[in-house]
Design a binder for this molecule. Structure first.
Ligand code: ADP
Ligand code: MG
Length: 262
């Protein structure tokens, strides 16, 4: 079985700023992989590339063995037709730091929008599934609410339900608790832990919540300057990281004395 996500010599430039260079890594089906690393190391860019919100400027990304936006034919890089790119994108969901709910729609309308308009589900079918998802994220009574009347933690749980309503094979989570007050971080992480436990959705996660990363990840990738410095299971990464750069980063994030480096 091919990996569900594969980066093959991926380059991403913004103008002259080379953010990712010759990046190679893969994620297997059902794996939960967390990206850690300092701000500006390219973590969000990687998620946005998978979500096709950005396009690589070199190399290729494959989903389930199929090119995502570009294929390489006779050594030449060729962009895929828009329709093909869109098809693959429906298999991928993303939750952002800033919720990104549609402010003029109710919670229910937010959740059923894509299932109805992109997947062609009937409104009844999409609504029934949305109710089930709202129950799962603990917001059964909020279907008629508008996002502005909800707390940050509630809005983020709606955003998670909205992503799940598309039945994604891959879920991308970009610092989904970073904009939340500390006391409501756990309610969102709890929902994500349950999804991790009860589904086989492949997850690519960017988070500063190291305990969460430790608990849900199969693998942790440490990034610096757009390259992978270290690729290890959480048990190794958080207790005995090999690379000095990882040790420094974790010491800064977790505080002195939290990792054994000997
Ligand atoms: P991280 O998520 O690890 O903090 P990012 O992927 O957001 O890092 O950013 C990596 C680098 O790419 C940074 O130098 C950032 O300034 C640059 N970058 C990201 N998005 C854009 C953009 N849309 N235009 C120009 N530069 C960008
Ligand atoms: Mg980021």
């Amino acid at each position: 079985m091919p990996p569900i996500i594969e980066f093959r010599d991926v380059e991403k430039r913004f103008g002259t700023n080379v953010v990712l260079k010759d990046l190679n890594f893969h994620v297997n089906k059902g794996e939960r992989v967390t990206l850690i690393g300092p701000s500006g190391s390219g973590k969000t860019t990687i998620l946005r590339l998978v979500m096709t919100l950005e396009e690589a400027t070199g190399g290729m990304i494959l989903i389930d063995g199929q090119p995502l936006t570009h294929e390489i034919v006779d050594g030449k890089r060729k962009r895929l037709p828009k329709k093909k790119i869109k098809e693959t994108r429906t298999r991928i969901g993303m939750v952002f730091q800033q919720f990104n709910l549609f402010p003029n729609m109710t919670v229910m309308e937010n959740i059923i929008e894509s299932p109805v308009h992109v997947l062609g589900q009937s409104k009844d079918e999409a609504t029934a599934r949305a109710r089930d998802l709202l129950h799962q994220v603990g917001l059964s009574d909020k279907d008629d609410a508008h996002p502005s009347s909800l707390s940050g933690g509630q809005q983020q749980r709606v955003a998670i339900a909205r992503a799940l309503a598309m039945d994604p094979e891959i879920l991308l989570l970009d610092e989904v608790t970073s904009a939340l007050d500390p006391e409501i971080v756990d309610e969102v992480l709890g929902v994500l832990r349950r999804i991790a436990e009860t589904t086989d959705i492949t997850m690519l996660i960017v988070t500063h919540e190291m305990q969460f990363a430790r608990d849900v990840s199969d693998r942790v990738l440490m990034f610096d300057g757009g390259s992978i410095v270290e690729d290890a299971p959480p048990s190794t990464m958080f207790t005995a990281p090999t690379h000095q750069r990882t040790q420094q980063f974790l010491r800064a994030v977790l505080g002195e004395g939290q990792i054994g480096t000997h």
